[in-house]
Design a protein around this ligand. Structure first.
Ligand code: PMP
Length: 428
């Protein structure tokens, strides 16, 4: 494949944007080479600036669950744009999407819209602190909850891809209130509760982790975590930025049958426009300004274009819930195909999958937490990534990310992907 124009565009971007990108993982540092500049996308295909067509397995890191440029979403945005793009005043559509979201997701009465997953998680933690009157939070190594200060402590995703899970610029004062536990290790959480009795406002977790590759919870872990939180009067925050409206209407709460106290959303809820949200039962949400003491705000929050894209997306998912089971079937098919190829290859590998999230780690031990994810062979991953790219398959450019399948993917696309792996595996 030719990446001439992407290379030139990347060089130009680097002159005026740090590293040439507005979000680090896009720069391909983990895998080397030239990032692909996208020209347009339709359904499951990306078309880059050099005229290459790629099968997309990242779907903008999750949001494009129905495929790119999905007609009802595009139409909703166009119609809305003609009527003005921002007012800083209430609009009716905000109530429509809020009502729909609250009806789809269990255990929430009210929802507040923000502009990104980062904002959603940052605000959820502030709310939890305000509500409980406590300062400390527990997070898990390798989980990513956005780039706000309290979360850049052993963070996953781009933070770890770039070797800065603890970022300079986060003060000691902030860092000391974020306690670290090990994913899937309930004893690590219990120890923190014991050592910080009565001080923990919230535990925040990715209910199915997607920022150290895909790492599902092991049997009993989430139930035990729920019990520990309840016993300690600590709020359990499910970061459903990836899982919300992807695993099913009710997200991970429904899939795992666990009740969270606060839930955060991003990605799918905005239909591809910049939207995040956080939600909880009335007792907690009514702590927010303007009715409660915890301040949180946003000039563009509830923006009409963003809300119209989100509403079109949620409406379709609500009316066609078979999308979720179809996606899970396609992901299982991909898993089976990958498994067949790799089991004959002599390579060490682990494939983790949950719903429409899946990832491969080149390692010989189960991947259940950050330490086991980090054992993966990165040199092999790089070759794998570039081999698949040369075959026209766009995978996440880091082992610390999950794939996100979309509804526009056909079984022919999946077969083409599996056949590509057959050729690529021989070169690994
Ligand atoms: N939480 C999770 C679980 C995420 O995966 C992400 C982003 N990938 C975020 C929060 C932050 O969202 P955003 O990039 O929209 O700020």
């Amino acid at each position: 494949m030719i990446y001439q124009r992407s290379s030139a565009l990347f060089a130009a971007a680097k002159e005026v944007i740090p590293g040439g990108v507005n979000s680090p993982v896009r720069a391909f540092n983990a895998v080397g080479g030239t990032p692909i500049f996208v020209k347009e996308a339709k359904g499951t295909y990306l078309y880059d600036e050099d005229g290459n067509r790629l099968i997309d397995y990242i779907a903008s890191w999750g949001p494009m669950i129905l495929g790119h440029a999905h007609e009802p979403v595009v139409q909703a945005v166009i119609e809305k744009a003609k009527k003005g793009t921002s007012f800083g005043m209430p609009t009716e559509i905000e109530t429509h999407i809020a009502t729909l979201a609250v009806s789809m997701v269990p255990n929430i009465d009210k929802i507040r819209f923000v502009n990104s997953g980062t904002e959603a998680c940052m605000s959820a933690v502030r709310l939890a602190r305000g509500f409980t009157g406590r300062d400390k939070i527990i997070k898990f190594s390798g989980c990513y909850h956005g780039h706000s200060d309290s979360f850049l402590i052993q963070a996953g995703s781009g933070a770890v891809t770039f070797g800065s899970p603890n970022s300079p610029g986060v003060t000691q004062g902030t860092a000391k209130d974020t306690l670290l536990a090990t994913y899937n290790d309930i004893h690590s959480v219990a120890e923190l509760f014991k050592a910080n009795k009565g001080e923990i406002a919230a535990v925040i977790i990715e209910p199915i982790a997607g920022n150290m590759g895909c790492v599902p919870p092991i049997a009993g872990f989430m139930e035990a975590l729920r019990t520990l939180c309840t016993d300690n009067e600590t709020l359990l925050i499910f970061d459903e930025v990836m899982t919300g409206f992807r695993l099913g209407k009710g997200g991970a709460q429904e899939a795992l049958n666990i009740k969270a106290d606060i839930v955060t959303f991003g990605k799918v809820i905005g239909g591809g426009l910049p939207v995040g949200a956080f939600a909880a039962r009335n007792e907690i949400m009514d702590y927010l300004a303007p009715i409660g003491p915890v301040y949180q705000a946003g000039t563009l929050s509830g923006n009409p274009l963003a809300m119209s894209a989100g509403l079109a997306m949620l409406t379709e998912l609500n009316n066609r819930p078979e999308v979720f089971s179809n996606l899970a079937k396609k992901t299982a098919y991909l898993h089976e195909g990958f498994e067949k190829v790799l089991s004959n290859s002599g390579l060490d590998y682990v494939i983790n999958r949950y719903g429409s999230m899946i990832s491969i780690h080149f390692t010989d031990t189960p991947v259940v937490d950050f330490a086991s994810a980090a054992k993966g062979n990165n040199e092999r991953f790089k070759k794998f990534f570039h081999g698949m790219l040369a075959e026209g398959v766009y995978l996440p450019p880091s082992a610390f990310e999950s794939y996100f399948l979309n509804d526009a993917l056909t079984f022919e696309d999946l077969d083409a992907t599996i056949q590509a792996l057959e050729r690529v595996a021989k070169t690994l």
